[in-house]
Design a protein around this ligand. Structure first.
Ligand code: SF4
Ligand code: SF4
Length: 384
């Protein structure tokens, strides 16, 4: 297994650093908009002179508070996010001028009704599917225009198409740098851990200067390539190359992902909405800006879309390009869309790609850690 870099920043450290940076920005009058989902076109937020902050919570701490209002049998990400808002313990929520929700899964969209009582929550109506294509694009384009108008009203500003196009170009540059970093996972043998891939991807959300974010991805990519050329190239490894797919996994990263690598697997690819799933496709830089944004965001392959055939096409391509040996799917407890879709994922991975597959369902607690160690160990032994 590869070592972490000397100056490695943990997720908690990055989050902490982000608080201070955001407070400083806020003191200078920075506009801040809270978001919960990768379907939100952040280009509009940048075009409004604001910065987006991710509010999806990955900590067990606020769950008890969340459960004082929400049902216990709900996704931990939703309960934790709401719990933070309710207890006013998340500075990112506190600093947000307003919040953008979206109609993705049922748990989240109903939670947004309650969240709106704590802080203004503007909900975008995401279509449930991508077909008929023309209708889906039209519906999502209308919602994107509605968000632009909301930002204009809220901040008493005018957002021009030129502002949006500039933001599209900037975000595309970020996507390219991010994707190149994630594609380090293609190296054989691997030159960095999946643990680092995951933390750097998730922690990027706490860097509010997009140019610095691009620089940070480019710098680490260069360092890792240098390390691979000098210390790894030409060597062989018997460790199986693992692809992680499924729900956002920051809340189970230590319990599940770290365990996989400690027990002998190399995580080379994390296919979640915070990772490669949302970076592969750029927004068209010419033509109508709203249609370009609608097209790109509608194509994100999250299980909330039905049917979700593009997810399998993308998985197949990634499995080949990253030379994946086996797939582990992470399901957060009570996430019905990923849980139901996991049946098709299993069929696709085992029957179409001929690879081993396992799904692990969990929440943010440590109660099931022992059980996971046993299951992951058995899975990795089977691969050898
Ligand atoms: S898993 Fe899907 S619904 Fe949840 S934040 Fe990611 S893209 Fe949005
Ligand atoms: S993990 Fe599943 S249930 Fe949880 S917020 Fe995302 S889509 Fe909804």
């Amino acid at each position: 297994m590869q070592n972490l870099p000397e100056n490695f920043e943990t997720y908690d450290e990055a989050r902490q650093r982000g608080f201070l940076a955001l407070k400083e920005l806020k003191d200078k009058g920075q506009r801040v908009v809270g978001i919960f989902c990768s379907y939100v076109p952040t280009e509009l937020i940048y075009a409004a002179g604001a910065v987006p902050v991710g509010l999806c919570a990955h900590s067990e701490e606020p769950i008890a508070a969340g459960e004082s209002v929400l049902p216990r049998n709900l996704c931990p990400l939703i309960k934790a996010s709401y719990g933070f808002a309710l207890t006013e313990k998340c500075p990112y929520f506190y600093f947000s001028d307003f919040v953008i929700g979206e109609t993705t899964c049922d748990g989240k969209k109903k939670m947004f009704e309650l969240l709106n009582e704590i802080k203004e929550t503007f909900v975008m109506y995401l279509p449930n599917g991508r077909e008929p294509r023309q209708d889906a694009v039209k519906a999502w384009r209308n919602e994107i225009i509605r968000l632009k108008e909301k930002l204009e009203d809220f901040y008493s500003i005018t957002i021009s198409e030129e502002d949006i196009r500039k933001a599209i170009v900037l975000k595309n540059r970020e996507r390219v740098a991010f994707q190149k970093f994630l594609e380090l996972g293609k190296l054989v043998p691997p030159a960095l851990t999946g643990y680092e891939l995951g933390i750097k991807s998730d922690a990027a959300g706490f860097n509010f200067d997009i140019e610095k974010k691009i620089e940070s991805f480019e710098q680490r990519t260069e360092e890792v390539m240098h390390h691979w050329e000098n210390d790894c190239k030409g060597k062989t490894s018997k460790r199986p190359r693992i692809m992680i797919t499924g729900c956002p996994n920051a809340g189970v990263r230590d319990k599940l992902l770290k365990t996989v690598e400690e027990l002998g697997g190399d995580i080379v690819l994390i296919d979640t909405c915070g990772g490669i799933r949302t970076q592969m496709q750029k927004v068209a830089e010419t033509g109508d800006v709203y249609t370009a944004l609608a097209e790109k965001y509608l194509d994100i392959t999250c299980s909330v879309m039905s049917p979700n055939e593009p997810r399998f096409e993308m998985m197949g391509q990634l499995i080949d390009e990253f030379k994946v040996d086996a797939v582990i799917e992470i399901i957060l407890q009570a996430c019905h869309t990923f849980n139901v879709e996991s049946y098709n994922v299993k069929r696709y991975v085992t029957e179409k790609k001929g690879l081993p597959y396992i799904s692990l369902e969990s929440d943010y607690s440590q109660a099931d850690k022992g059980q996971f160690v046993t299951r992951i160990q058995a899975f990795l032994e089977m691969l050898q």
